[in-house]
Design a protein around this ligand. Structure first.
Ligand code: ADP
Ligand code: MG
Length: 378
């Protein structure tokens, strides 16, 4: 085992696709958005809204048109005409009042043509940031600045969104990032997918903690119970070695891998007869596993209380919402509306204690995943 781990062969970056952006895409987007800016200015004039155009940022999926406002009331006035604006623009829009300070507001409009952000870009950016801290890129903002998440700051993550919105691709993004940046001695994964549609490719992944992909609820319970045991075992050895967490243990004693549990389509797990036992395991993990280096990434279509235990939810303040079908769904995930206005295809809102912002997830294809796995097994 140890030998095998030492031999982890990192995959080569040139396996990954480049998506050549057609140069006319940018100019078509610019042309369209400039016309929309004029329509918004006109509407503001008609409704007596006191806002001055500042600039437009053209992102990969949507563009943000920024206005300077004279006072807080203007935000409400703009929100009141959201429907009118949307009709005039012939586009779905999202009004972003979370820009820094209270002086600005952003009107976000879908681009005429979308650009795909290749996973290659995220891997390249992660190479530049490589440190002992385990980090991932979940998406890019409209300035194409990457959003990093680190396991030290964010022990667990809840991901929600309607079917086809981009949840599984994001889990695959993170798995691709793991294969490129972290060896099995840094990090192990457990993959749970009861729908049996995702993760099949990973059957031969050297980072697997257990030997197979978990496809049914009985297996899920077994592996989650073993993980609770592993957590308790780790706390015991930390105590014996007078350290309080995995970071100190890794520095002072020897390296223990972090373990990330990926659960795709969580709701499928909750409708099994093991539901209660599974929930108890997940609860003890989300409450206590952080310092032991055990992390959960849970994806589900909805997070309402019928499916998602409130204790589990409240112990995972870091949330991602992809597009959802209603404002109520958005509130259940982010505690605010807005995710119903997203565009799908990896368009997301990320929220944690400190921040809330919109990002576009990178894209990775199944074919790329297969190539990476072949390459690391060679
Ligand atoms: N980040 C992305 N960039 C571009 N297209 C995406 C992205 N995420 C998802 N898509 C598109 O949407 C489809 C569904 O995504 P998927 O992740 O399988 O949805 P979900 O798991 O939420 O049902 C993908 O097959 C792909 O065509
Ligand atoms: Mg999926």
């Amino acid at each position: 085992m140890a030998d095998f781990i030492n031999e982890y062969k990192y995959p080569m970056i040139d396996l990954l696709n480049d998506y050549h952006i057609n140069p006319s895409t940018k100019s078509e987007n610019i042309e369209e958005i400039n016309a929309k800016v004029e329509i918004i200015k006109e509407a503001f004039k008609d409704f007596n809204i006191d806002a001055i155009y500042v600039k437009t940022i053209i992102g990969p999926a949507f563009s943000k048109i920024i206005f300077k406002i004279s006072n807080i009331k203007t935000i409400k006035n703009i929100k009141d005409i959201e429907n009118d604006l949307s009709i005039r623009l012939a586009k779905r829009i999202r009004i972003n009042d979370k820009l820094i300070g209270n002086e600005f507001i952003g009107i976000e409009i879908e681009n005429k043509k979308r650009e795909i952000i290749p996973i290659k870009e995220a891997i390249t950016d992660l190479y530049k940031e490589k440190s002992d801290d385990i980090k991932f890129i979940i998406g890019y903002d409209e300035l194409m600045k990457p959003k990093y998440i680190s396991l030290n700051d964010l022990p667990h993550l809840l991901i929600a969104g309607s079917s086809g919105s981009g949840k599984s691709i994001l889990l695959n993004d993170i798995l691709a990032e793991i294969m490129y940046l972290y060896s099995p001695s840094d990090l192990k994964v457990i993959l749970v997918d009861l729908k049996m549609v995702e993760f099949r490719e990973y059957q031969r992944l050297p980072h697997l903690y257990n030997d197979k992909i978990v496809n049914d609820a009985d297996e899920a319970l077994v592996v989650l119970e073993s993980l609770v045991e592993e957590m308790n075992r780790r706390y015991k050895i930390f105590l014996e070695n007078k350290v309080s967490n995995i970071k100190e243990y890794n520095e002072k004693v020897q390296k223990l891998p972090r373990i990330i549990v990926f659960i795709d389509e969580y709701i499928e797990l909750t409708i099994s007869s093991n539901n209660n036992k599974i929930k108890e395991c997940i609860k003890s993990l989300v409450m206590k596993s952080r310092a032991a280096g055990i992390h959960l990434l849970i994806s589900a279509q909805k997070l309402d209380s019928r499916y998602m235990d409130s204790i589990i939810k409240s112990n995972i303040p870091s949330r991602i919402s992809f597009k959802v079908s209603s404002a109520v769904d958005s509130k259940n995930i982010l505690d605010e509306t807005g995710a119903e206005k997203l565009l799908g295809y990896g368009d997301m809102i990320f929220k944690d204690y400190n921040s809330i912002n919109r990002y576009q997830a990178p894209f990775v294809s199944n074919e790329e995943i297969l190539k990476i796995i072949e390459n690391i097994k060679e």
